[in-house]
Design a protein around this ligand. Structure first.
Ligand code: HSE
Length: 459
C-alpha cells in the first residue's frame, strides 16, 4: 500500500527575521532604534517579517549618550561597524558626513544588504556611484530622510509623479534659516541676534555655517533636481548664496512690498537645461511658501499634469527624521522579501545643468539716488541697455515701513543735493543681465548707494 500523502501544513513557516544594522546613535539613530524596539510587532506586520535590530555602530561606545541604557539597551552598541554591516540584511546609516559613512554604505551594498540613509551631503556629492553599486548588487538604496526630514518628497517626486512632467521645484528645505528669517520678520531681530536665539533653542548648530551659508539646502537642492529632472546634479553644480547678507531692513521692506524673505532651493527646467540654485528670495505673501513659519520645511512642486503641489512638515529633529527612515526601512524589507528592488536611479534625460548666470529670475533693487530731474530716466536707461524690463518703480524714502529707519542718507546728500530712495522691481530676465544691470547702476553718477538686491521668486 502506498504511504498516505501528508496533509499540507496549513501555516506556512514564519519568515526569518531581517537583521537590521544601525550606523549612528545620535538624535535620529536613537529614535529609529526606539521605534524598532517598541513597535516591533507593528513593524513585522507591515514589513512581512520581523525587523531585528542586531546592533548600533558608534565611534565611542563608552561615551554617555541620551537614551542609551533607557530606550536603547547599551549592549546593542558596538564600535565594530564593519562586522555589523557584514552580518546585516538592512543597514540604516544616520551617522552623517562623508567618511566613514561612504565606506560603510559601499561595504553594505557589496555584501548584499539594502541601505537606508539620511545622508544628504554624501548623496549630493557621490550619489551616482552609490546608486550604480546598489543597482549592480540588486539592493535598495533609499533616502527619503535626506531631504526635508519627515516630509514625504523623495517618493512623491520619484514614484507618484513618475508619469508627469515636473517643471519647477521651490523648497524651504532648511529649518534653521527659515526660523532665523521668520524671527527677523516677526520680531524685527537682526540676523546675528536671530541666529543666537536659534542656537539657544537647539535649531542651529554651534557652528551654523552649513545652514546659514546654504550648504545644507544646496545638497538637498541637488538631490531634488536629480529626481525631478532625471538628470544627475551634484552639489558643486548648485549656485549657492546663504542668508548672511539679509538685513532686518530687507525683511521689513519685503513685508511692505507684500513679500516674505525665504531661503529657497530652486530647481527648474528651462529650454536650455536645468537651473539649480539656493538663495534668499522675496516670495509673495499670497504664495503658500510665504506661510511656512518657524523651523518648518515645505516643498512646492509644479508639474504639467498635477499642477501645483505643496508638501509641508518638520524638516529636522529625531522623531520626524526617524519617521522617514523607518518608512524606507519597511519598504526595503518588503522588497527584500519578494526578491525585488525599489526604483533605480533615473538619470536618462541627462539635461545640461546650467551655470548660475543662465538662471531666469526677477530682481528687487533698493538704491539711493540724487533727487534731481532726469535721474529716473538715467536709471531706466541702464535697465533698458541691458535688456531688462522694469515691472514697478517707486520712490520710498518718504514713508519707511513701521520699525524701519528712513535711509540714513535719504533727504540731503553731502553735496547738498536731495537724495531719494528708489525701489525697482524687474520683470524676469537672465541672471547675467540682472547682475550686470546692478553693477552698471552702481557706476551711475547719481546713484549714491545700492542698498539691497534680492531676487523675487514664486510669481
Ligand atoms: N540643519 C538642517 C535644518 C536639518 O536646519 O533644516 C538637517 O538637514
Amino acid at each position: 500500500m502506498p504511504a498516505p500523502t501528508p496533509a499540507p501544513d496549513p501555516s506556512p513557516a514564519a519568515p526569518r527575521p531581517l537583521r537590521v544594522a544601525l550606523l549612528g546613535c545620535g538624535v535620529v539613530g536613537t529614535q529609529v532604534a526606539r521605534a524598532l524596539l517598541e513597535h516591533a510587532d507593528d513593524m513585522a506586520a507591515r514589513a512581512g517579517a520581523p525587523l531585528e535590530l542586531v546592533g548600533i555602530a558608534v565611534r565611542d561606545a563608552s561615551r554617555p549618550r541620551d537614551g542609551v541604557g533607557t530606550v536603547v539597551p547599551r549592549e546593542l552598541l558596538t564600535e565594530d561597524a564593519a562586522s555589523l554591516v557584514d552580518d546585516a540584511d538592512l543597514v540604516v546609516e544616520v551617522m552623517g558626513g562623508i567618511e566613514p559613512a561612504r565606506t560603510l554604505i559601499r561595504r553594505a551594498i557589496a555584501s548584499g544588504a539594502s541601505v537606508v540613509t539620511a545622508n544628504k551631503a554624501l548623496l549630493a556629492e557621490q550619489g551616482p556611484s552609490l546608486f550604480e553599486a546598489a543597482d549592480a548588487a540588486g539592493v535598495d538604496l533609499s533616502f527619503e530622510a535626506a531631504v526635508a526630514g519627515a516630509i514625504p518628497i523623495v517618493r512623491p517626486v520619484r514614484e507618484s509623479l513618475a508619469g508627469d512632467h515636473v517643471r519647477r521645484v521651490l523648497g524651504i528645505v532648511n529649518g534653521t534659516t527659515n526660523y532665523v528669517l521668520d524671527q527677523m520678520a516677526t520680531h524685527g531681530l537682526g540676523l546675528e541676534e536671530a541666529v543666537t536665539e536659534a542656537q539657544a533653542l537647539g535649531y542651529a548648530e554651534a557652528d551654523p555655517t552649513a545652514d546659514v551659508e546654504g550648504f545644507d539646502a544646496a545638497a538637498k537642492a541637488a538631490i531634488l533636481a536629480s529626481l525631478a529632472f532625471h538628470t544627475r546634479v551634484s552639489i558643486d553644480q548648485v549656485a549657492r548664496e546663504g542668508i548672511t547678507s539679509v538685513t532686518a531692513d530687507d525683511v521689513a521692506w519685503a513685508r511692505r512690498t507684500g513679500h516674505a524673505v525665504k531661503l529657497l532651493a530652486i530647481a527648474e527646467q528651462t529650454e536650455e537645461g536645468v537651473s539649480v540654485r539656493v538663495h534668499p528670495a522675496l516670495v509673495p505673501l499670497d504664495h503658500p511658501l510665504a506661510a511656512v513659519r518657524g523651523a518648518f520645511n515645505a516643498v512646492f512642486v509644479e508639474a504639467d499634469g498635477a499642477g501645483p503641489l505643496m508638501f509641508y512638515g518638520q524638516g529636522a529633529g529625531g522623531r520626524p527624521t526617524a519617521s522617514a527612515v523607518l518608512g524606507d526601512l519597511v519598504s526595503a524589507a518588503r522588497d527584500r522579501l519578494v526578491g525585488g528592488k525599489g526604483p533605480h536611479e533615473s538619470a536618462y534625460a541627462s539635461l545640461p545643468v546650467l551655470p548660475a548666470e543662465a538662471a531666469v529670475t526677477r530682481y528687487q533693487v533698493r538704491l539711493l539716488v540724487a533727487d534731481r530731474p532726469g535721474v529716473l530716466a538715467q536709471v531706466a536707461g541702464v535697465l533698458a541697455d541691458h535688456g531688462v524690463s522694469i515691472d514697478t518703480v517707486r520712490q520710498t524714502a518718504a514713508e519707511p515701513p513701521a520699525g524701519v529707519a528712513a535711509e540714513p542718507s535719504a533727504g540731503v546728500g553731502a553735496d547738498g543735493t536731495g537724495v531719494a530712495s528708489l525701489l525697482l522691481t524687474t520683470h524676469a530676465a537672465r541672471e547675467a543681465s540682472l547682475s550686470a544691470t546692478v553693477a552698471a547702476l552702481g557706476d551711475l553718477e547719481p546713484v549714491r548707494e545700492i542698498t539691497s538686491v534680492l531676487r523675487v521668486e514664486g510669481v
